[in-house]
Each structure stands twice: as structure tokens, then as C-alpha cells.
Design a protein around this ligand. Structure first.
Ligand code: FAD
Ligand code: SF4
Ligand code: SF4
Ligand code: SF4
Ligand code: SF4
Length: 411
């Protein structure tokens, strides 16, 4: 009987899935099993499109099509959670199972606490995540550093700290550290990300910690909820998945790798936030960078926290219509509304038409708020800071005390 807290090596019994999967194929087999047994109405996963740089979100209702989604796309910088809200009515009238990276999962939590998605209808199969590389950067990096035509690459993977490519005629790997020192490698938000093993999903699956004869052939699964335990248990009993207890040495190695990744995240935070300066200097930098904004709204469209029908940035008395670049109020509104809940998913930067480092600005502010109030977005159903302020009560307190300290953290 599988139970919450178990750590297992798991692998699929399906030879086709095993051939296409990244590790043991447990994720694809579990998704397929959930669909076959009608535990869910559909699977929302990611498949390869034109090439390895093209990660396509896809809704699957026929279990036979699931093998198309096996494998990891490290240039898949997409965020699945906002798509569940936008295109699947927040899973309110259908049950879905989906793979989730840390940021996908955090986005789902932030949307769920605002009643924009229904977590009761979602099975979240977490995948550990060391980071993703923007497709544009990946192409440039492969041409410049690997000296290979990006169009002939048939597979990419990140293993043992290296970005590895396979192409007609060979394969090559270069250390991520070296690539990142030269401005390539993972997206900057991914470098700062500290959600490497998504334990707030129902299962957390990865390759860290799979050693011995199972290395490369099994998926390390940490069981994080009863929902996850039930799915894995049923799939194991049906013979779809085979499991064995994780090797204790492997568990130790996984812990060490996670620790090292978290330290690396801290290093990048110190570096990125340090370069942004503090106080007035930071503000001036943000004003300068955002002054090239063309108000394309991609940052709002793709942010998991932004879903308002009447967005304040479209109120004429706050942001003058038709003015490009918009006045700084456009960005201030987003900072004020999002900074307490930003999950550092990088969408507002990745998709910005003017390459403005929006995620860096928002993440820098989010970490300051986290230091002040202790609220960590995306990891629980705890309400965001702004939800805790009773406006009427606050106004009376401000007027009675003459204070201008809106969040009175000093009392
Ligand atoms: P499979 O059966 O091959 O299924 C993989 C699932 O991942 C599929 O459902 C697919 O749709 C989905 N998927 C593929 N690309 C994406 C994407 N970009 N976004 C969301 N879902 C996607 N494991 C580690 O232990 N360490 C790591 O550093 C690490 N980094 C990863 C980085 C990325 C971007 C991804 C997607 C995964 C990463 N993993 C990492 C997890 C690992 O690669 C495997 O996904 C995991 O071990 C499960 O293996 P599997 O054979 O059971 O998965
Ligand atoms: Fe992975 Fe974190 Fe980057 Fe999301 S933000 S893709 S979880 S490293
Ligand atoms: Fe993601 Fe940007 Fe929204 Fe933060 S502000 S959650 S990085 S899209
Ligand atoms: Fe809502 Fe503010 Fe985002 Fe506009 S910027 S969608 S008002 S949270
Ligand atoms: Fe401005 Fe970039 Fe946002 Fe577009 S995505 S509105 S250019 S900040």
C-alpha cells in the first residue's frame, strides 16, 4: 500500500512509453492510467511541436495519444497554470491530471486561493526542475558555444550540471556554469528559483537520487498527498507501474543535490538583486528600464496573478489611454497588486516585447515583502498580504493615529 511520505523508484511497464520517456516513464504512465480509468476527463500536458525548441501545451482525452507527451522539454518555458484558468475554465467543470514544474504548481495555488481554479478537480504530478532555457537563447547558445546548427539538434537534456545536445553525427555537453558565466544557460528567473522539488503537488517526480542499476531507467517518486498515493497505488496494483523502495544512498544524494541547487538559487538572488541596487537607485533603474514599454499587455496576459476582468491599468484616470510609453503608474499598479504573490515564473519577462526584466523587478520586491511579513507565495493556501488588510478598518486606524504606515508591522 503506497502512502504519503513514501519515496520510490518507479518505472512503466509500457515499452513504447519507456522508449520515449525522460527517465522511467512513470509520469506518462500515471497520466495515461488516470485517463483510462476515468479518474479524470482529460490530461493537460506538453508535447514537442516543430522541433525541440517548441513546447506545445496539449489537452488529451484519448489515452492512446499520451505517448506524444513523454519526455522533458528544457526549452519549454511555458506556464501551464494560467492556461488552466484561461482555456479550461479553471478546471471547474472537468477533472484533469497534469505534469507541473514548481512554477506551474505555484501558479495553480495562487489561482486556487483566488477561486480561479479548482484544485479538487486537478491531479498535479510534479516534476523536479533545475530550470528551463529560453528557445531564443538555446538557439544562440547551440550555434555559438556548441558550434552546431540548432536546426539539426534532435534531443537536449540537462544532466549532472551539463546541457547536453544530440544531433546528426554526435553529441556534446557543456557545463551549465560555464554557459551561464557567458550569458547563456537557464532563464534568469530559473537561476533564482528555489522550488526544485514540487512537494506541494500530489507526487514529486525526478531523476535526482536514482542510482545503481536503475539509474536512467526509473523515476524517483516522492508521494506528497493521499491523492497521489491512491493514484500510484492503483497504477501499481494494475501492473501499469512497477516500483521498489528508493535506495537510502540515493535519497541522501537527492537531498544533497537539492541543497546545492537551493544554495545556487541564493547565489543568483544575491547577484541579481545586488546589481539592481537599493532604494532610490533601484527605483531609478526600474523607471529607466520600463520606459521602453510599448503597453503590449503580455506581462498582464500571462501573469498567473493577473486575471481581473477590469484591469486598473486600463482605467483612463490612472493610465492615459493611447500613450506609449505609458506613464510609470502602469508598472506601479502591477507592482502594488502582484508583488506580494509573485511566484517568479518569469512569464512577464520571457514574453515582454521589449525585453524588460519585469520578473526580476517583481521578484526583488516579493522577496523584500517576504522578509517583512513571512508570506511565501505559491506553496500553500495562505492568503496573500493584501487580502489581510481590512480597508475600512485600516482607514479608521490611519485617521485616528495620524500614521502613514499602512501595514503596521511595528506594533
Ligand atoms: P515522462 O514520462 O517522460 O513525462 C514527462 C512529463 O513532463 C510529460 O507529461 C510532459 O508533458 C511533461 N513536460 C515536458 N516538458 C515540460 C515542460 N517544459 N513544462 C511542463 N511539463 C513538461 N528532474 C530532476 O531530478 N532534476 C532536474 O534538474 C530536472 N529538471 C527538469 C527540467 C524540466 C524543464 C522538466 C520538464 C523536467 C525536469 N526534471 C528534472 C524532471 C525529469 O526530467 C522527468 O520529467 C521526471 O524524472 C519524470 O520522468 P518520467 O520519465 O517519469 O517522465
Ligand atoms: Fe523550473 Fe523554477 Fe524555472 Fe519554473 S521557475 S521553470 S520551476 S526553475
Ligand atoms: Fe510570473 Fe511575472 Fe507574474 Fe511574477 S509578476 S508571477 S514572474 S508573470
Ligand atoms: Fe488585476 Fe492589477 Fe493584474 Fe490588472 S494589474 S489584472 S488590476 S492584478
Ligand atoms: Fe510593457 Fe513589456 Fe508589459 Fe508589454 S510585456 S506591457 S512591453 S512591460
Amino acid at each position: 500500500m503506497v502512502k504519503k511520505g513514501d519515496m520510490l523508484y518507479a518505472w512503466t511497464s509500457d515499452a513504447d512509453i519507456a522508449a520515449k520517456a525522460e527517465c522511467g516513464g512513470a509520469v506518462t504512465s500515471l497520466l495515461k492510467f488516470a485517463l483510462e480509468k476515468k479518474m479524470v476527463d482529460a490530461v493537460f500536458a506538453v508535447k514537442r511541436g516543430q522541433d525541440i525548441y517548441d513546447a506545445v501545451p496539449t489537452l488529451i482525452t484519448d489515452p492512446k495519444e499520451l505517448d506524444q507527451t513523454a519526455g522533458s522539454l528544457h526549452c519549454g518555458t511555458l506556464l501551464l497554470s494560467k492556461l488552466v484558468k484561461k482555456y479550461l475554465n479553471g478546471a471547474n467543470n472537468m477533472k484533469i491530471a497534469m505534469p507541473v514544474k514548481g512554477c506551474d504548481m505555484m501558479g495553480l495555488y495562487e489561482l486556487a486561493k483566488r477561486q480561479q481554479v479548482n484544485l479538487d478537480n486537478i491531479i498535479m504530478i510534479g516534476v523536479n526542475c533545475g530550470g528551463t532555457v529560453s528557445p531564443v537563447t538555446a538557439r544562440k547558445m547551440i550555434a555559438a558555444k556548441f558550434e552546431v546548427d540548432p536546426d539539426v539538434v534532435t534531443k537536449e537534456e540537462i544532466d549532472k550540471g551539463q546541457f547536453i545536445i544530440e544531433y546528426e553525427g554526435g553529441h556534446k555537453g557543456i557545463s551549465i556554469d560555464e554557459l551561464e558565466d557567458e550569458g547563456y544557460g537557464r532563464r534568469s528567473n530559473c537561476r533564482r528559483c528555489k522550488l526544485k522539488i514540487p512537494r506541494q503537488a500530489d507526487l514529486a517526480c525526478g531523476n535526482w537520487g536514482v542510482i545503481g542499476d536503475k539509474a536512467g531507467k526509473a523515476t524517483f517518486v516522492e508521494v506528497c498527498s493521499d491523492k497521489g498515493a491512491n493514484l500510484l497505488d492503483a497504477a501499481t496494483k494494475a501492473g501499469v507501474i512497477k516500483t521498489e523502495a528508493a535506495n537510502p544512498k540515493g535519497i541522501e544524494i537527492r537531498k544533497k543535490v537539492e541543497g546545492a541547487m537551493l544554495k545556487l538559487g541564493d547565489k543568483w538572488r544575491a547577484r541579481d538583486f545586488g546589481e539592481l541596487g537599493e532604494g532610490r537607485a533601484r527605483l531609478e533603474k526600474i523607471v529607466k528600464e520600463t520606459s521602453r514599454c510599448i503597453k503590449c499587455y503580455q506581462c498582464i496576459e500571462n501573469c498567473p496573478i493577473c486575471y481581473c476582468v477590469e484591469c486598473s491599468t486600463k482605467k483612463p484616470y490612472l493610465v492615459k489611454p493611447g500613450e506609449v510609453p505609458p506613464n510609470f503608474m502602469f508598472h506601479l499598479i502591477r507592482f502594488a497588486h502582484i508583488a506580494d504573490s509573485c511566484i517568479n515564473c518569469g512569464q512577464c519577462q520571457e514574453l515582454c516585447a521589449m525585453d524588460i526584466p519585469n520578473a526580476l523587478f517583481m521578484h526583488a520586491q516579493q522577496t523584500e515583502l517576504e522578509k517583512m511579513f513571512g508570506h511565501v507565495p505559491g506553496v500553500s493556501m495562505e492568503l496573500p498580504l493584501l487580502a489581510l488588510v481590512e480597508e475600512k478598518e485600516e482607514r479608521s486606524r490611519l485617521s485616528a493615529t495620524g500614521s502613514d504606515q499602512i501595514f503596521d508591522i511595528f506594533k
